[in-house]
Design a protein around this ligand. Structure first.
Ligand SMILES: NC(=O)c1ccc[n+]([C@@H]2O[C@H](COP(=O)([O-])OP(=O)(O)OC[C@H]3O[C@@H](n4cnc5c(N)ncnc54)[C@H](O)[C@@H]3O)[C@@H](O)[C@H]2O)c1
Length: 268
């Protein structure tokens, strides 16, 4: 897909991977719509994008609220006529064992990481289909959506769901010429460890229950722009999985082996 003159929408575009995606698309000549909770952050990214010669809109959006994502889609289509690339990327992380996860942890993390993606699908897909132009949807999951690490269970649950949703969406939308990629990074140098900054007051834990120290990820921490480059290549090549780290191979292989062993060693 040649992105020149096309329109991209990036949720969580004020920081980290989303920021890098928005600026990468802008460098390719695509107009960008940045949707985030962080008004100052997204305005700064929009200004940077404009400096690259494209049109950019920053629209404050809480992706956990369907009405806000519907409003985002309506504004994006109204402003640019079509949306060719949608990145459902906004996400948050909460750490700690599942035995101590609070109901608020579940509501917050699933609200953003899973419902945020579902809302993106609900609001944008019907409009993309009606428009009839080739398009691509990138959902940000994580390596935590393919292999479960200890101490990250609420997050893992949200990301496994995003992988399942994306794998199915790719099949369902093929006939409409809408491609789907699911981004599964390991460590990336972003502000994800400061996710609590985005937790709404009603979903904050009353005591210091739940939560825990951020899990130390294995492997290298990539620069967000390197990840954005891989996403762009996946959009162009219509590749479903964007697995950013070579270090992912070993845990993925071990998981596949465990599944195979379960079948082979099952009582018959
Ligand atoms: N950084 C990593 O190591 C890593 C690894 C795997 C997956 N991811 C995923 O990458 C995505 C981007 O995160 P990041 O690492 O760039 O972190 P980040 O904290 O730098 O950026 C996340 C952005 O999402 C926004 N956001 C949070 N809640 C929101 C909401 N309810 N509505 C709209 N925007 C909201 C934040 O304001 C922020 O701008 C997330 O889905 C995250 O789970 C990150």
């Amino acid at each position: 897909m040649d992105l020149r003159g096309k329109t991209s929408v990036v949720t969580g575009g004020a920081s980290g991977i989303g920021r890098a995606l928005a600026l990468r698309f802008a460098r390719e000549g695509a107009n960008v719509v940045i949707a985030d909770l962080d008004a100052a952050g997204m305005e700064a990214v929009a200004a940077e994008a404009r400096g690259l010669g494209v049109k950019a809109l920053a629209l404050r959006t809480d992706v956990s609220e369907l009405a806000q994502v519907e409003a985002l889609a309506a504004r994006a289509f109204e402003a640019f006529g079509a949306v060719h690339v949608l990145c459902n990327n906004a996400g948050v992380a909460a750490w700690g064992g599942l035995e101590s996860a609070t109901h608020r942890d579940w509501q917050w993390v699933l609200g953003v990481n899973l419902w945020g993606v579902i809302h993106g699908v609900e609001a944008f897909v019907p409009r993309m289909i009606a428009r009839g132009e080739p398009a691509h949807i990138v959902n940000t999951a994580s390596m935590a959506g393919l292999v479960a690490s200890k101490g990250l269970g609420v997050y893992n649950t949200s990301k496994y769901a995003v992988v399942g949703l994306s794998e199915t969406l790719a099949k369902d939308l093929k006939a409409y010429r809408i491609g789907v990629s699911v981004l599964c990074p390991m460590g990336v140098e972003t502000r994800i460890r400061e996710s609590e900054r985005n937790r709404p007051a009603p979903l904050r834990n009353e005591r210091a229950e739940g939560g825990g120290e951020p899990v130390e990820l294995i492997g290298r921490y990539l620069a967000p722009d390197a990840v954005a480059g891989m996403v762009l290549a996946a959009i162009r090549g219509n590749e479903l999985y964007v697995i950013t780290h070579d270090e992912a191979l070993e845990p993925l292989r071990r998981r596949a082996e465990r599944l195979e062993r379960a079948v082979r060693s099952r009582a018959r």
